[in-house]
Design a protein. Structure first.
Length: 244
């Protein structure tokens, strides 16, 4: 039976916690071009190190003192909500050499960034990037407006040598997920009412079958429920990290 915490899969091995000053969990993914280090900051915030590059995703200053973390070569922003677009974190991470990738919806808030629309593909700093849709179908505000309208947010597929990572952003189990191919690692959100239930995450994972699935941005949802739902899908390894 597959365990929740897998210590060796796809060349992914847990490295536990960092020093006391930064109690963030880390995993290391073996690629054909060297190690990809994943740091789980929390919520929707991730940090990757690959080669000589540092990559941040949706940095949020309520989770960490970003002034003490490595400066960013690349920053990916999924949408404009304050826990994903945080000016304080951006200021602490950005240098004159930092490239920010973002959506057209809020480009005016971060001048000089690279705009990617749903469906765009391009090379960013030597990394192949695909911008994919991220939106709500079921979950809406009292006004009837989806929490995340279609076309305003991005998920990203990032290719690191032979490994493809899908960072879904704030989204539900949308039909476009079924078009994803060869995803080695996926980060899928699981917080209500803004994104998905564990059942929706399980449905999404079954649609494109990532080899490793990290639920992230999961709020009060119980990750153990997702593990149970995917028990009958041994091709999908579920790894739980502190990403509440």
């Amino acid at each position: 039976m597959k365990a929740v915490l897998i210590f060796l899969i796809l060349g992914v091995c847990g490295t536990g916690l960092t020093g006391a000053a930064e109690a963030f969990e880390k995993d290391v993914v073996k690629t054909t071009a060297g190690d990809l280090e994943i740091t789980f900051i929390g919520h929707g915030s991730l940090m990757f190190k690959f080669g000589n590059k540092v990559i941040h995703v949706d940095p949020y200053s309520k989770l960490a003192d970003y002034a003490k973390l490595p400066k960013a070569d690349l920053i990916f922003l999924t949408h404009e909500h304050q826990d994903h677009l945080d000016p304080v974190a951006l200021q602490q991470l950005t240098t004159a050499k930092t490239t920010v990738v973002l959506t057209e919806k809020f480009a005016e808030k971060v001048p000089g960034g690279i705009i990617m629309r749903n469906g765009d593909t391009r090379d960013v700093g030597g990394i192949a990037v695909e911008a994919v849709p991220a939106y709500n179908i079921m979950h809406k505000r009292d006004t009837g407006q989806p929490f995340h309208p279609k076309g305003t947010g991005n998920g990203y597929v990032l290719t690191f040598a032979d490994k493809r990572l899908y960072i879904a952003g704030d989204t539900e189990n949308i039909p476009e997920m079924g078009l994803l191919k060869r995803i080695d690692i996926a980060f899928l959100p699981m917080n209500l009412p803004y994104t998905m239930t564990p059942e929706m995450v399980a449905d999404a994972a079954r649609s494109f079958k990532p080899k490793v699935l990290y639920p992230y941005h999961y709020g009060e949802a119980d990750p153990a429920r997702l593990v149970a739902l995917l028990k009958g899908n041994p091709e999908i390894e579920v790894r739980i990290r502190r990403m509440k």
